[in-house]
Design a protein around this ligand. Structure first.
Ligand SMILES: Cc1ncc(COP(=O)(O)O)c(C=O)c1O
Length: 413
C-alpha cells in the first residue's frame, strides 16, 4: 500500500492552509501546470486590472494618468512591495527592464565600486543570460575586465583580490539546488568581492533574506513565481549602503535626479531610482502588481512548507511508479538544499515532456536531457502530484515519447 495514495493526498489538500489561493487563478479545467517556475499562472484579478489600465487609465486618462493613475511611481511602488518578499527595505528594490538588462546594471554598478579589480566570476552552468551578460561587459571593456566561470565547487576557492564581482543564481534554474546566500556573501566579502544574486527562481518560491545576508545587489524575473505575466518587468535590488557610491552605467533619463528638468548633463538620482533607465512599461507593471499583491496575501513560511512537501511527495511517487523507466533525479533530495522545482534527467526527456503536454501535464525541458517540474504552492494540489506521475508512467509504458513529431526540437522547449 502506497504512503501517498489518493486518499492520503486528498487529506493533505483538505488541511492545506493555502488551498483557497487556487481559486484566485485561472487555467483550463483538468490541466496540471508544473511550469510556474518558467511562466506563472494568470491571477483572475489581473484580467480586470489590465482592462482598467487600458480602457480607463490609457483610454480616458491618456497622458494625465502618469500622475492621476500613479504610473510614474509604479517602478518604486512595486519595488517596495517586492522588497518585502526579498528581505529588503523600501527604497532598495526597483522594478524595470528585463532580468538580463538588470544584470548588466547590477554587474556594472558593482564593478564601479571595485575599480582596482578586473574579474567578474561566476559558475559554469549558470543561467546563460547571466554568463552572456558578463561576457558582453568584458568584451566591451576592451580587455580591462575579464569574465570567468569556474565549476560550482570551485567558486569560493577562486575568490581572490583580482575578483571584483561574483555573480550567482540562488536557486539553480536546471537543478533547483539552493546556494547558501549568507555564507557565500560572507566568504565573498572576506575577499573584498561584491556579489550579484540572480533571484529569478527564489522570489515568491523560498524565503529570501537579502539584508540578513548583507547582500550587495540582486536581480530577478517578474513572470515566474511572482505571476506577473509573459515578459513581465524584472526587479533590481541595490543595498542602501551602495546607492550613493555605485555608478549607474545605463544612464537613461528616468534615472536622472530630475527627469523633467530636461538637463543636458546626466546626474544620477540619489536612491534606487538611479537604476531606472527608460519609460516604464505600464501594462506589464499593472499585471505584475496583481501577481505581487496576491503573493503578499500568502504566508511565505506556508509557501515554503507546502513547496517542500509537494517536492517530497513528487519524488516519492516517482520512486514508486517509474523506478524502472530510466529517470535520474537531478535536484537535491534534502529539503534545505532544494528550491521549488524538481528535475529529472532522462535520455528521452524531450519526447516525454511533449507527450505529457498532450496529456494535460505541463512542465518543461532543458537541454540536454532535463525534465523540470515546477511546484507552485499557490495553485497546485497534492493530488496533482499523483496524477502527474501516473501520466509520466503512462507515457513511459506506451513509449508515447517515441513520436516522429518530436524528432526536431521546437523553438521553445
Ligand atoms: C536564472 C534566470 N535568470 C534570468 C532569466 C531570464 O532573464 P530575462 O527575463 O531577461 O529573459 C531566467 C529565465 O528563465 C532565469 O531562469
Amino acid at each position: 500500500m502506497s504512503r501517498w495514495d489518493r486518499a492520503a493526498l486528498e487529506a493533505l489538500d483538505k488541511a492545506d492552509p493555502l488551498a483557497a489561493f487556487r481559486e484566485q487563478f485561472q487555467f483550463p479545467d483538468g490541466l496540471i501546470y508544473l511550469d510556474g517556475n518558467s511562466l506563472g499562472a494568470l491571477p483572475r484579478r489581473t484580467l480586470a486590472r489590465v482592462e482598467q489600465t487600458v480602457t480607463q487609465e490609457w483610454g480616458e486618462g491618456l497622458i494625465t494618468s502618469w500622475l492621476g493613475a500613479e504610473w510614474i511611481t509604479a517602478p518604486r511602488r512595486l519595488g517596495d512591495k517586492i522588497a518585502r518578499l526579498l528581505g529588503a527595505e523600501p527604497g532598495e528594490v526597483i522594478v524595470a527592464d528585463s532580468t538580463s538588462v538588470n544584470l548588466f546594471k547590477a554587474i556594472t554598478a558593482a564593478l564601479s565600486l571595485r575599480p582596482e579589480r578586473s574579474v567578474i566570476l561566476s559558475e559554469t552552468g549558470n543561467f546563460p543570460t547571466d554568463l552572456y551578460m558578463m561576457q558582453g561587459i568584458a568584451a566591451f571593456s576592451g580587455g580591462r575586465i575579464r569574465a570567468e566561470a569556474v565549476h560550482e565547487d570551485a567558486v569560493l576557492d577562486r575568490l581572490g583580490d583580482d575578483v571584483a564581482v561574483l555573480l550567482l543564481t540562488q536557486v539553480h534554474y536546471k537543478t533547483g539546488a539552493v546556494r547558501d546566500m549568507a555564507e557565500v556573501t560572507r566568504r565573498a566579502h572576506q575577499a573584498g568581492v561584491l556579489v550579484v544574486w540572480d533571484l529569478s527562481h527564489s522570489a515568491g518560491a523560498i524565503p529570501v533574506g537579502l539584508n540578513a545576508a548583507d547582500a550587495d545587489f540582486a536581480v530577478g524575473c517578474g513572470y515566474k513565481f511572482l505571476n506577473g505575466g509573459p515578459g513581465a518587468p524584472a526587479y533590481l535590488f541595490a543595498a542602501r549602503r551602495h546607492q550613493a557610491h555605485a555608478m549607474p552605467v545605463l544612464s537613461g533619463w528616468m534615472g536622472h535626479a530630475a527627469p523633467f528638468a530636461f538637463e543636458d548633463s546626466y546626474r544620477a538620482a540619489e536612491g534606487i531610482e538611479q537604476f531606472l533607465c527608460g519609460t516604464p512599461p505600464i501594462l506589464g507593471m499593472a499585471a505584475l502588481e496583481c501577481g505581487v499583491d496576491l503573493l503578499a496575501e500568502a504566508d511565505m513560511a506556508a509557501i515554503r512548507a507546502k513547496s517542500l512537501q509537494l517536492g517530497r511527495v513528487f519524488m516519492d511517487l516517482m520512486d514508486e511508479h517509474v523506478a524502472d523507466h530510466g529517470f535520474t533525479l537531478v535536484s537535491p533530495r534534502e529539503d534545505p538544499r532544494r528550491g521549488s522545482h524538481v528535475s529529472y534527467a532522462h535520455p528521452q526527456g524531450y519526447g516525454i515532456m511533449q507527450a505529457l503536454k498532450e496529456r494535460g501535464v505541463i512542465g518543461d525541458f532543458r537541454d540536454p536531457d532535463v525534465l523540470r517540474f515546477g511546484l507552485t504552492p499557490l495553485y497546485l494540489r497534492h493530488v496533482d502530484m499523483l496524477d502527474a506521475v501516473l501520466a509520466i508512467r503512462a507515457v513511459c509504458e506506451t513509449r508515447a515519447w517515441d513520436d516522429p513529431r518530436w524528432a526536431v526540437r521546437a523553438a521553445v522547449t
